[in-house]
Design a protein around this ligand. Structure first.
Ligand code: FA5
Length: 356
């Protein structure tokens, strides 16, 4: 019978099919290949199943053996598929790891370190100079009362100097002995606050932000920094003021700097002066920075007015003092040859980075 003669071929065919399937499997490299392979060999109408269709023609007693053989082949192929897929996953994982591998010998990305703002740097430098001369650093409020910003500094309500120091007022009811609440126009109120609290001798510098109701231009900001200085003791005179400020200017701008005192007017000092330094760019010969004058103005100063001393219950017959107030941005501009104050607060990193 035909079926009888084909029966011994089934195991041989199974073996050949298994070898073919294994060869094909080893060439599979992606999920799609595996799916196709599974359909071709193990699917419901795959090659193994098709071969088993011949089982029906086998003698009855042969069928279980051949059927079992076929099942074993199927199981082996299924196991081979799983193993091959797992191997592929491992290879992919290893490749991914390799791709992500970090070469620790490569130079690192530089960390962008921050820095102090140029105004903070100059402010610290100025304070350091005065601290080494024995001045203490103190601070006062930026939101002030009329009393401290003006009245106790010998600037009564109708004084014309108020126009020069016009400011921004806080929308609050004036308080009887303090007056209106405002943003301070200078650091001079700190003088008064310190003297109110401390008996002489006093030697302080007071840095801080001040506010003015004015249009900005190359040398004016509406918000800027000042440093106030105050020394009160018995027998303090103009010579002390000149000595301290000359020493300060030479430390900041160089030992050859010449210092000039011109008469000036501030209601809270008498006499008052404006201090200029010889231009450090042209050594006083005249250039663009000093507008050909050879001199650069750096601050206002003077001998504390007796009215201010009286207002804080200091006896002007016994004590005297000097005071000064400088603009930090203006000093920084002179020190670094910057021709527009607005660079400081323009937040342009290319400008700020130059002060590392
Ligand atoms: C005053 O503010 C006085 N309180 C200074 C003083 C203190 C005099 C103690 C006597 C005794 P003045 O308004 O001139 O003075 O300002 C002082 C400094 O602040 C100026 O020399 C200048 O360097 C700076 N400054 C003034 N206005 C501006 C502004 N709008 N922008 C930037 N800096 C300014």
């Amino acid at each position: 019978m035909a079926d009888e003669t084909t029966a011994p071929d089934i195991p041989t065919q199974l073996e050949a099919l298994e070898r073919e399937a294994e060869a094909q499997l080893s060439a599979c490299a992606a999920d799609a290949d595996f799916n196709e392979w599974r359909t071709t060999y193990l699917g419901r109408s795959g090659k193994v199943t098709q071969l088993l269709r011949g089982l029906g023609g086998l003698p009855k007693e042969e069928r279980p053996r051949i059927g079992q053989l076929a099942n074993t082949v199927k199981q082996r192929l299924a196991a081979a598929l799983e193993a091959q897929q797992a191997q592929l996953r491992r290879n992919e994982h290893a490749e991914a790891l390799k791709a992500e591998a970090l070469d620790v010998t490569l130079p690192g990305e530089p960390v962008r370190a921050g820095q102090l703002h140029p105004i903070t740097q100059v402010l610290n430098e100025i304070l350091g100079i005065f601290e080494r001369m024995g001045f203490h650093v103190v601070e006062g409020p930026e939101v002030e009362w009329d009393r401290y910003n003006f009245a106790l500094l010998n600037i009564p309500a109708d004084h014309p100097a108020r126009d020069m120091w016009d400011t921004f007022y806080v929308d609050a009811e004036p308080v009887s002995n303090l007056g209106s609440m405002l943003l301070r126009t200078h650091t001079s109120p700190v003088q008064v606050r310190v003297m109110e609290e401390t008996p002489p001798p006093v030697r302080i510098v007071a840095p801080g932000r001040v506010y003015r109701n004015e249009a900005t231009d190359a040398s004016h900001e509406a918000i800027f920094y000042q440093i106030e200085g105050l020394a009160v003791d018995d027998r303090i005179n103009m010579g002390d003021l000149k000595g301290v400020l000359t020493a300060f200017a030479r430390q900041l701008f160089g030992g050859k700097t010449r210092v000039r005192f011109n008469c000036s007017y501030f209601p809270f000092v008498e006499p008052g002066a404006e201090v200029s330094i010889s231009c450090h760019v042209c050594s006083g010969n005249g250039c663009r920075v000093c507008k050909q004058t050879g001199w650069l103005e750096i601050l206002g100063c003077g001998i504390v007015h007796p009215n201010v001393l009286r207002a804080v219950n200091y006896d002007p017959e016994k004590y005297s003092g000097f005071a000064f107030g400088l603009g930090v941005e203006r000093i920084a501009m002179l020190k670094y040859g910057i021709d527009d104050i607005r660079y400081f607060y323009g937040n342009d990193i290319r400008f700020l980075e130059q002060f590392r």
